[in-house]
Design a protein around this ligand. Structure first.
Ligand SMILES: [Cu+2]
Length: 155
């Protein structure tokens, strides 16, 4: 009796571990799928998509004819706006945000989205030789206020 109890509890532990492992792998893959909305003529948007893919994201590319309407639909305030607008797990990513900031956002539940307003030279997809313009990553929280969550270039 003791023997069979041990065997089944050991089996349960292994089964639980396997279920947890499969669950977290599926979650990680899902977390890295990102929808990117961009204008057909946007070159730096394509370069930003390459930056995401190089960092393990799976990009679903949407070519749009009216990006300002898309931004309005997705809740991106004009003061935060840039060229492309992405959506990941219901949160927006506006502009040339570094991949590491998107991963950091996915671990927080207080943010509606993040933005790198404008088109800062030196940000991912906006590489210019020797130019590293200072820029901020702005997070929009659920209370509707903006906060600086990161500053680039990092020191
Ligand atoms: Cu751009």
């Amino acid at each position: 009796m003791t023997g069979s109890f041990r065997l089944s509890s050991r089996f349960l532990r292994i089964a639980t571990f396997a279920a947890l492992f499969i669950g977290s792998t599926a979650q990680a893959a899902q977390a890295l799928a990102i929808d990117v909305h961009r204008d057909a003529n946007c070159g730096c948007c394509k370069k930003w998509i390459q930056h995401l893919e190089a960092n393990g994201f799976t990009v679903i590319d949407h070519v749009e004819t009216n990006m300002s309407a898309v931004k309005q639909d997705l809740g991106v305030a004009p003061r935060l706006s840039s060229c492309h607008t992405a959506m990941i797990n219901g949160k927006f990513v506006e502009g040339h945000v570094p991949a590491e900031q998107i991963i950091a956002m996915s671990k927080r539940d207080d943010l509606l989205g993040i933005a790198a307003p404008g088109m800062p030279a030196g940000s991912p997809g906006m590489e210019v030789d020797g130019v590293h313009e200072a820029y901020q990553i702005i997070g929009r929280n659920k209370a509707g206020t903006d906060q600086v969550i990161a500053e680039y270039p990092e020191n």
